[in-house]
Design a protein around this ligand. Structure first.
Ligand code: F6P
Length: 459
């Protein structure tokens, strides 16, 4: 291969640039050119295919920095529609015109699905990223546990998963995904910071974290020591929830609850999707999980509990909700993320150059260590060729205490015990750099824009 393409699809994460850096460095070693496609698959759907040569003379362009959050290539949630054969042909022709012999897609489960229509036309590999940490399997064969059941939705079916089995940590396919560690770093710090207000004012803080239908971010937020964690994989039953909150209030006069945005009630209804809007990729956008938990607590605990003890004037005033939001997906990646993201980007290029096709570079765990490997994408797909988000295994969660189980703790320790580096701490000092007050923000988009080239669709 002489020239490969790379694109970053789906939501941004802090470690995307690190993945691109790793891919470009490996390509430089092999004297392979790397063309970055602008804005993920949206760049390929555009007849002019905006793109950037990332390694002229086999040296990375200076805008590439593994510790810069986001992606200098831009990202989007647009995908190539697998049923639109005309468009797939056009995209393949466009890649041909750019003389791209293979494509690295950096993304999550949606990207792996989106990459499938292209696999007939050129070698494709996925370098994983997602703060949700839901790309992979708890154990090999897990995709066979998904079934289609009839539904009155527009597709006529929905997916249902059989209960999973117990497994060893070394069975996990793609142990952790770049982006996850930084997200957990932010959510854990946020819990610690919000805690002091709840503690001082005798309130209940409900803090919502991202993750879609997977509770991994919420589980990792245990590092910030919330009193309870609610995850989508363990339906919220108001009785035990309120009982646990009351016993915590009894001891410490305040409580901090971390809520994953995708939590469901005992009937399986999504508590955070009361206004069911969808993003361009068709994912439900969750908006109110923490609010829903607040409503349950206000209802069940009532005003008298708070007024009697002169703690607050009402239940509504005593219980406050904060969403951590996009701060958990943004900014500088911590050591774990930029180190392993670069490695996985390099591995993806190795796979392409080694003649592998439609596969994924992965991070595996064995005997206390992490190492790089890969998996055929088909092994991640169900029998209908669809990739599902990896659910957080119930074996990682103690549903009585609403906290990680012993196995969950072991899993988290394997990722986080060395996740922060000295540079991560040092980087905080730059915040109060006097220059920040007088110099406007220097956007990387301005610099990359000068490098963007387009093809002429009429040539
Ligand atoms: O998949 C990553 C993620 O951050 C989810 O955790 C979250 O639900 C979603 O993306 C938010 O997407 P957007 O930035 O498009 O609102």
């Amino acid at each position: 291969m002489k020239r490969i393409g790379i694109l970053t699809a789906g939501g941004d994460t802090p470690a995307l640039n690190a993945t691109i850096v790793g891919a470009v460095e490996r390509a430089n070693q092999h004297r392979v050119e790397v063309i970055g496609i602008i804005k993920g698959f949206s760049g390929l759907l555009n007849p002019r295919v905006p793109h950037v040569h990332l390694n002229p003379l086999f040296r990375a362009i200076p805008e590439l920095d593994a510790t810069r959050g986001g992606t200098i290539l831009g990202a989007s949630r647009d995908y190539v529609d697998g049923n639109d054969t005309e468009m797939i042909k056009k995209v393949a022709e466009r890649l041909g015109r750019l003389k791209i012999d293979g494509l690295v897609c950096v993304g999550g489960d949606g990207t792996l699905n989106g990459m499938q229509p292209l696999r007939e036309h050129l070698p494709v590999v996925l370098a994983p990223k997602t703060i949700d940490n839901d790309l992979g399997l708890n154990y090999p064969g897990e995709p066979n546990e998904w079934n289609r059941v009839a539904s009155d939705n527009s597709r006529g079916y929905e997916y249902e998963k059989k209960p999973g089995r117990d497994f060893g940590l070394d069975e996990m396919v793609n142990f952790a995904t770049p982006g996850y560690a930084t997200a957990v770093y932010v959510t854990s710090l946020s819990v610690q910071r919000i805690r002091t207000t709840a503690e001082s004012h005798r309130r209940i803080a409900i803090i919502e974290v991202m993750g879609r239908d997977c509770g991994m971010i919420a589980l990792g937020t245990a590092y910030g020591q919330p009193d309870m964690i609610l995850i989508p994989e363990s339906p919220v039953d108001p009785g035990p929830l309120v009982e646990r909150v009351m016993s915590i209030l009894d001891v410490q006069k305040h409580a901090v609850i971390c809520v994953s945005e995708g939590i469901v009630d005992v009937e399986g209804n999504n508590l955070g999707a009361l206004t069911a809007s969808k993003d361009p990729a068709g994912n439900v956008q969750y908006s109110g999980a923490a609010e829903a938990v607040k409503r349950i607590l206000v209802d069940k605990i009532g005003d008298a509990f708070f007024t009697k003890q002169r703690r607050n004037e009402s239940a509504d005033a005593a219980i406050f909700v904060r969403k951590i939001g996009h701060t958990q997906r943004g900014g500088r990646p911590i050591l774990f993320d930029h180190f392993y993201a670069s490695q996985l980007g390099g591995k993806a290029v190795d796979l392409l150059l080694g003649g592998h096709h439609n596969c994924v570079s992965t991070l595996q765990y064995r005997d206390g260590s992490l190492f790089l490997d890969s998996i055929d994408a088909n092994k991640l797909l169900d029998r209908w060729g669809n990739m599902h988000a990896r659910p957080l295994s119930p074996t990682f969660y103690d549903s009585q205490r609403f906290l990680p189980s012993a196995k969950g703790v072991n899993y988290l320790r394997a990722i986080f015990s060395k996740a922060l580096g000295a540079d991560d701490v040092e980087s905080i000092r730059h915040l109060f750099d006097g220059g920040n007050l007088v110099h406007p923000y220097d956007s990387v988009n301005v610099h990359v824009n000068r490098r963007i080239r387009r093809i002429d669709p009429n040539e």
